[in-house]
Ligand binder design. Structure first.
Ligand SMILES: *Cc1c(COP(=O)(O)O)cnc(C)c1O
Length: 404
């Protein structure tokens, strides 16, 4: 079993105090904390080999290039992509989705259909709405049920030869639902549609195998996986990445430039215009090393135990309702207390040193579905403990007493 007390020593921030109380960090679905092992890689980059990549003949540039490309290979191995050039460095999930949505502008026609799930983060809705506006494609929604599970029969009924693209998150950030993406991908492929999976919320908990899933695009953000902000990757099948036009023009993404015509660089550079987040990419590789050293199945088992423990304890509080009760879910609990605004609970918890998220969690359609303004969301990582769950539960009770 995973030893959370020992693991916590890797995270300097976890020993700080907030409002005079020991920090209880339960906002991991928004961003994860960074272990010393990754912080050291960041310090080392700026202390010893900061240089621009792919361009310089000089020593430091070569060293930075090597480390950056090694990180790409680490990420390739982690997600089991067949080729390193199928791993495109981005600034994060949002960037990856926009890159694909923009690319499809030239591949869609009026009347083509694109399907989105009812439980998406805004970053997996808005770029597609913009795409639909540009192309005249029709955006349709795969509905969900009261438990926060996608209605797979409805999904099958929506699919047709008009469907060109399906996009869905692997795990919902607002509900924690783990979607049956293998089935979603298979069914879409049967009608010839491509699939983009937003893996931002799954990647910290589940090791996706992009070849086994046969997914066309998969996007993640490093900052939810113990890495730094401002970096992520888009995995894309080579054939799809070759079909899509470049997203941004600039340095690094070209083969040859004249004022008459520019030819583009090969993958992955075609999609990597400008100086990337070099340090971030290298640190992302280190974060994957760190997570793998703990082990995904160990993390999953431990987080599930925390989830069950917290769910049972919270449900003992009268008037507390949990949104997102899917059979398959990660360690996210979205809840409200009858008659109390989520923001007020969050504010009181903050005074007690407990960091949770309140609001619509960038997933307003889910809140509309439940007819609520938002929820309080506690999201647990492998470095959280049962003692912290107890502190949360006591805090929620206290907030309830103060507010009702
Ligand atoms: C966090 C998150 C995003 C957005 O990620 P960024 O790092 O902000 O680009 C998208 N989808 C889901 C499911 C998320 O949890």
């Amino acid at each position: 079993m995973l030893n959370a007390q020992k693991i916590r020593k890797d995270f300097p921030i976890l020993s700080r105090e907030v409002n005079g109380k020991p920090l209880v960090y339960l906002d991991n679905a928004a961003t994860s904390q960074t272990p010393q092992q990754v912080i050291e890689v960041i310090v080392d980059y700026y202390s010893s080999y900061n240089a621009n990549i792919h361009r310089g003949v000089h020593f430091l540039s070569q060293e930075a290039t090597d480390k950056y490309e090694q990180a790409r290979q680490k990420i390739q191995r982690h997600f089991n992509a067949s080729k390193a050039k199928e791993i495109i460095f981005t600034s994060g999930t949002t960037h990856g989705i926009n890159l694909v949505a923009n690319g499809f502008s030239s591949l869609l026609q009026k009347g083509d259909e694109i399907l989105v799930s009812a439980m998406e983060h805004h970053s997996n809705i808005v770029p597609w709405q913009m795409l639909a506006e540009r192309t005249g494609a029709i955006l349709k929604v795969i509905p969900m049920n009261e438990q926060g599970e996608l209605m797979m029969n409805e999904y099958r009924n929506l699919l047709s030869s008009n469907t060109k693209l399906v996009f869905c998150n692997h795990v919902s950030n607002a509900l924690g639902t783990i979607n049956p993406i293998a089935t979603i991908i298979d069914e879409a492929h049967k009608v010839g549609a491509a699939v983009l999976i937003d893996g931002a919320q799954a990647a910290p908990h589940i090791k996706a195998d992009v070849q086994a899933l046969n997914v066309d695009f998969y996007t993640v953000s490093a900052h939810k996986m113990c890495g730094p902000t401002g970096v992520g990757v888009l995995y894309g099948k080579e054939e799809w990445l070759n079909k899509l036009p470049p997203y941004q023009g600039g340095g690094e993404m070209i083969a040859e430039v004249t004022f008459e015509k520019t030819t583009y660089a090969d993958l992955p550079h075609k999609f990597e215009a400008g100086t990337p987040n070099i340090c971030g990419g290298i640190a992302f590789g280190a974060a994957l090393d760190y997570l793998n050293s703990i082990g995904f199945s160990e993390m999953e088992a431990y987080e599930h135990e925390l989830l069950d423990y917290a769910t049972n304890k919270l449900l003992e509080i009268e008037g507390l309702k949990i949104y997102g009760t899917a059979q398959e879910k990660t360690s996210v609990i979205s809840f409200n207390i009858e008659g109390v605004h989520p923001y007020d609970i969050g504010t009181i918890l903050d005074k007690l040193g407990i960091a949770v998220r309140t609001g619509h969690h960038c997933a307003q359609p889910i809140m509309d579905f439940y007819k609520i303004p938002g929820t309080v969301r506690a999201s647990f990582s492998f470095y959280n403990t049962k003692e912290e769950v107890d502190i949360l539960v006591e805090g929620v009770k206290r907030a309830k007493n103060m507010l009702l």
